[in-house]
Every structure is written in C-alpha cells, then in structure tokens.
Design a protein around this ligand. Sequence first.
Ligand SMILES: Nc1nc2c(c(=O)[nH]1)N[C@H]1C(S)=C(S)[C@@H](COP(=O)(O)OP(=O)(O)OC[C@H]3O[C@@H](n4cnc5c(=O)[nH]c(N)nc54)[C@H](O)[C@@H]3O)O[C@H]1N2
Ligand SMILES: Nc1nc2c(c(=O)[nH]1)N[C@H]1C(S)=C(S)[C@@H](COP(=O)(O)OP(=O)(O)OC[C@H]3O[C@@H](n4cnc5c(=O)[nH]c(N)nc54)[C@H](O)[C@@H]3O)O[C@H]1N2
Ligand code: SF4
Ligand SMILES: [Mo]
Length: 692
Amino acid sequence: MPSHCPYCALQCGTVLTERAGTASVRPSLFPVNQGGLCRKGWTAPELLHDRERLREPWVRNARGVLVRSDWDSALDRVGDELRRLVAAHGPDAVGVFGGGGLTNEKAYLLGKFARLALGTSRIDYNGRFCMAAAATAGKAAFGLDRGLPFPVTDLAEAGVVLLAGANPAETMPPLMRHLANADLVVIDPRESATAARAALHLRPRPGTDLALALGLLHVAVTEGWCDMDYVARRTVGFERAWARARAWWPEQVERVTGVAAADQREAVRMLASARRGYVLTGRGAEQHENGSDTVSGFVNLALALGLPGTPGNGYGCLTGQGNGQGGREHGQKADQLPGYRLITDPRARAEVAEVWGIAPEELPGPGLDATRLLESAAWEDGIRALLVFGSNPVLSAPHSVRVHECLSRLDLLVVADFLPSETAQRADVVLPTTQWAEEEGTMTNLEGRVLRRREVLPPPGSARSDLEVLHELAVRLGQDPARFPTHAPTVFDELARASAGGPADYSGIDYQRLDAEEALHWPCPRGTGESPHPGTPRMFLDSFAHPDGRARFVAVDWSPTAGVGERQPPLVATTGRIMEQYQTGVQTRRVHELSVSAPEGFVRLHPDVAARAGVSQDQRTVIRSEHGEVRARAELDESIRRDTVFLPIHYGGGEGANLLTGPETDPSSGIPEFKVCPVSITAEEVPGCTES
Ligand SMILES: Nc1nc2c(c(=O)[nH]1)N[C@H]1C(S)=C(S)[C@@H](COP(=O)(O)OP(=O)(O)OC[C@H]3O[C@@H](n4cnc5c(=O)[nH]c(N)nc54)[C@H](O)[C@@H]3O)O[C@H]1N2
Ligand SMILES: Nc1nc2c(c(=O)[nH]1)N[C@H]1C(S)=C(S)[C@@H](COP(=O)(O)OP(=O)(O)OC[C@H]3O[C@@H](n4cnc5c(=O)[nH]c(N)nc54)[C@H](O)[C@@H]3O)O[C@H]1N2
Ligand code: SF4
Ligand SMILES: [Mo]
C-alpha cells in the first residue's frame, strides 16, 4: 500500500506492507525521496507495537494517580468538566493546543471543535514554535505563504543554494540528493553535516542573521549584482528596504556577526552569478525574537537578485513537521480559519460560518499565540482547562520551568496521544489515539503537495482516531453529531469546501483524485466544466498574491535583542536537531536502533571553552541560564564558535533544552527565541568527589 513516512515535512513516499498483524515499510520512488529514506523512516513501524503504546484511556483518580479507565467514563468526565468551566467562566476558559503532525482532517476538525463546540478563541498549535516567522514574512512579501513555492525536484538543477540556518543533511536527509549538483552556501554557527558539504560556510554569531542578510543585500546593491529590471517589474518597496540596508556595509556586518567581509562578498557573488539560484531558510535563522524580520531580510536579498517567481530560481522555507504546511492552513492557528484565511476577515467569517451552518457572529475572534496560551493558565481571565492533540509542550514550549508551573494550575489537562509523552504523564485524562498506519487521512508536505496516508492495521486495544475523539467530545457538549464526522474522506470534502476561495484552496481535490495522482499542489480550486484544475506545483511565475501582483520588500533593520546585545554575552546556547531523533523524542527515543545510536542529551562546545570550564570530552556538565539548568554530557567540537554551545531538543528529564530558554517571542509572529540563550557552563560535581 503506498503511504508516507509519519515524521518530517519531506513526507518521503513508502510502501507499507502488512503481514501477521505488523507493518513494514520500504521506500518508494516518490519524487521527494526517489527511493531513499532516513533511519527514522525505516524504523517507524517499530512504534506501532511499542510496549508503552497507549491502548486505553487513563484518568487521574482522587489520590492523584493515573489509572486505566474506559472511554465512556473518560469522555464523560471531560465533557462534564468542560461544560462546568464554560458555564462558570465563559468559553475562553478552555484552551486547545494542536500540532503540525496532525492530518489535514484532524487539524480542520480541531479548529471547528474549538470555535463551534467550545466557542473558544483560545486555540493555537506547536507550529507557532516552528513555522510562524517564515509564514509571517512569506505573507508580507508574496501575499501568501507556502513553504516551498516549487517542487523540491527543481533544486536538482540549481547552481547555488544558500541555506540560512537549515541542516537538511540531518533533518531531511533524502533532500540532499536534490542538492548534490549545487554549490551550497551554508549559514550556521557550527559545522553541521550540511555545512560540512558546503562550498562556502558562514559562521555567524547566533541571532545576528538579520545583520548578515542586510549586509548581503548591501553587497548585492553596491557591487551591482541586483536584477533592477526584475525589481522594477515585479516588486515594490525596494528603496525603503535599501535605505535600512545602506548602513550595513560588510565591515560593519563583520563586527556584529563575526562573518568576514570577504566571505559575505563571495556568498553574494556565488549566488548572483549562478545560472539558477535559491535562498532557503530553516529554524536556525527563523526561531528568534526577530525571526520574521530575519526571514524578510533573506527574502529581500532573494528579491533583489530576482529569484522568487523566476523559473529555476526561488526563495523557500523548509517546513518542519509532517504536516507543518497543512497544519497551518485549516484553522488550528489562533488567527485563522480554514483555507488559510484570517479570522478577522468578515468575508472569510461569513463563508466559513455558512459551511458550518452558523451565523458569522457566533465565531469567536483571534486567540492567543501558543506561548501566551500556555502562560494564560496563570492569568485571572486565562484558561482553566487545556486539551492537547499532537504536541508535547512540556518539553517543546519555551521556558519549561514556567510551563510546568502554569500547567499545574489547570483544573483540567486532557491529552490525546498514542504514547505517554511527558505532557500526557501530567494529564488528568489521557485519550489513546491511532497513528499513521492505522488511519486514513491527508498530509500536505513542504512543497504544498497533498498526500494520502493509508490504513493497513487495526487500532491497538481500544485506541480511537482523533476524529472519533473530537466527535464524542462535541456530542457531549451538545453538538449535532453530523457536524463532526469521523470518516476522514467526509471531513476532507468539508474542509475542501470550507477552503474554497481562500489562499490555500483545496476545493478541487478529493480522495479519488489523490488516490489516482498524489501530485496535487494547492491552490487547486474546483475546475470549471470538464477539466479539473491541475494543481499549482510552481507559484508566482506570472504574479505574486498581492492585489497588484507584485512582491513586497519589507523594510527591516537589526537591533540588539535580549541574548544578542552590543555587549556580547560570553557564551550562548543554541538548540536544534540530530538525525537519529525526532522532536521531543517521544517517538524516536522508543525505537531501539535510534536510541542505541543517540541515547542521551549532550552539549556540544569548543575545546577552548571546555578547557576554560575544566570540562573534558564525555564529562557531565551543568549548563545554566537565567531560567534554569540542564545537565548533560560534553561533546567537544572544533567547528563550533567559541561563544556558542549547541544542545539537542530531543531529550527530557534534566536534559530538556527548554529548561534554559526564556519567554521572549517575536512580536510579529509569536515564534519563540529558541536559538539564543545566554548561559554559563561548569563541570558537574560528583557527590563525594568535590574538593571543597
Ligand atoms: N532528525 C530530525 N529531523 C527533523 C526534525 C527532528 O526533530 N529531527 N524535526 C523536523 C522539524 S519540526 C523541523 S522544524 C525541521 C528543522 O530543521 P532545521 O531547521 O534544519 O533544524 P535545526 O537543527 O533546528 O536548525 C538548523 C541549524 O541551525 C543552526 N543554528 C542555530 N542557531 C543559529 C543561528 O542563530 N543562526 C543560524 N544561521 N543558524 C543557527 C543549528 O546549528 C542547526 O544546524 O526538521 C524536521 N526534521
Ligand atoms: N529549544 C527548542 N525548542 C523547540 C525547537 C527548537 O529548535 N529548540 N523546535 C520547535 C519546533 S520547530 C517544533 S515543530 C516543536 C515540536 O514540538 P512537539 O510537537 O511538542 O514535539 P513532538 O515530540 O513532535 O510531540 C508530538 C506529540 O504528539 C504525538 N502525536 C503525533 N502525531 C499525533 C496524532 O496524529 N494525534 C495525536 N493525538 N498525537 C500525535 C506524539 O506522540 C508526541 O507525543 O518543538 C519546538 N521546540
Ligand atoms: S527524511 Fe523525513 S519523511 Fe523522509 S524518512 Fe526521514 S523523517 Fe521520514
Ligand atoms: Mo518544527
């Protein structure tokens, strides 16, 4: 059975085989992976039969212990408690937290459940931690945000690809086959596996990418690399953006970023003189207090060089989670309705309300971003209950110390998951769900390509699909059962209708077409007459999505932020990923082969920094920030900057990277500052072995 890997946004094609109650996968010749899979993809089936797999609901008893329960008791308890809280405190007392790993159908139904069954405005999702900066910048520049506005296979023809804070060699290994012929310019404070393959590696001080992007634009303008014909024909706002970049001559940029002026010039020369060039951003450039401005800085560079919307060239953001793209289109984001429309837009409200059979006034307004949503548990008028579907915020949200405190104030925490994540372990009610090979659904990958996930196995124990869980809860909240279908194709048809006319228009897509083609990229409106719309693999070739068809330069400037002042803190921690583990590790830490090769957290640091702290290879260390501390093993790395240490995000307990991070978020997009956190480092004292 053709299907797709359950993990990242590349959504590698697989063939799923069921034998004697278990599933196995092999790679298919799907365009994105062309017969390749990373180790996570190969080993994904192991999780279907994990020993700790949740098979029945769990409910916390009067003594505070989670005990096995049955569906009716668990759902009744949630329904009763939600009704009580809404009656006493209003609908905004209930928060909903979704995830970018949920299928399109689940994301859609979750948004509908929040706005309709609960009537709450307070829904957001973990994509806020991931894609939000690029989404904001993409919308500002192009009028519309789709991670890659071209298929990944186009990259195979590229001459030069600039990767700003992206490490696809570890985070999307099969993508590298499309980059094999290109010269890579990689911007990363350490020599990542991707940087190791670069023709040019720029190693900025973390959090200074915007200054670097401004410097690259400066070089492009002053050294005559800009495509002024393209700028005049296809864009507006160049002069204002250039007025800001004018002050960022390469030597000034070198002082702030640490990237040599000569390397800045070389990067622009390579990109501008390539026959085909691309600029791609990843979380390293995006997850900052100034994340959306930073992405705008790189988009401005791409526009000045005439790349976006020019065949064989472009700007794109490498999205992250399996449905990182679709997850942000169907209404689980605080400010959005299905079809990637704004909840504040009267027309969008009227259209969606009609599909849902309600009056537009019944729709709540915009809610809180994910970080504020969690924080609001400590506010007088904040949330008192939280329903989590497809995320593990106890580890993934910034400022863990505060998140723990806030969650403990809730009257009710409900977690739907198929594994006992750190968040599920704190819940009052845990609802066991099906996973990828046990359910039907669709995902939208990093290229905006809508894909089918297929069921080959029955659910284990009494696990139910998220759609069934939402249906049962909606009914308990007094909803008409028909409004919350549990059959994925039926939900998809409704989602497609609700998206009609929006930027992410799915109305021309249905399961029959997907089963036949699997090559439909949105926008794919319902065709007229005989011929169905073919989908849109390449966007912006004729015009951008602003009313005048032109892209916008956004005037941005770099200024010091909490972690990146004029006076540089001696050491900052940055965080990110390794190949063998996925996200907070809930899934991959349980896979034998992966946990053997990457069993524990670590801190990667320069040998000089280690020597100063009295730390040697493999020694246990304590990393401290203003907000908390992490204990982890030292890994010495000659390639990392001397002012930077790197921690993976995949581990829990005392190794959780977000024990260090603080509450700062980007005012435009709400993305947290995950990549800069001032820290100090010392050797861990072994009890009984201290000298004093
Ligand atoms: N193996 C694996 N693959 C994954 C995931 C996973 O957890 N594990 N998660 C998926 C998801 S959800 C996502 S979002 C993607 C993320 O994919 P990436 O964006 O590639 O991943 P990260 O490791 O977060 O960050 C990329 C690089 O940014 C660098 N970096 C850190 N700070 C800075 C900075 O200030 N500036 C610059 N320029 N670079 C910096 C880091 O050293 C790192 O090498 O991966 C997806 N794929
Ligand atoms: N410091 C720091 N923090 C970060 C980042 C960073 O780079 N640095 N990266 C951020 C990024 S980019 C991301 S995307 C987030 C990821 O953060 P999270 O989303 O919290 O991470 P996951 O580990 O993917 O958690 C997903 C949970 O949902 C469950 N799950 C998966 N699919 C389904 C489903 O279909 N239904 C249900 N009910 N459950 C499901 C999984 O078992 C798992 O427990 O972390 C963010 N946090
Ligand atoms: S690259 Fe991503 S989609 Fe492909 S096998 Fe690895 S985790 Fe799965
Ligand atoms: Mo992500």
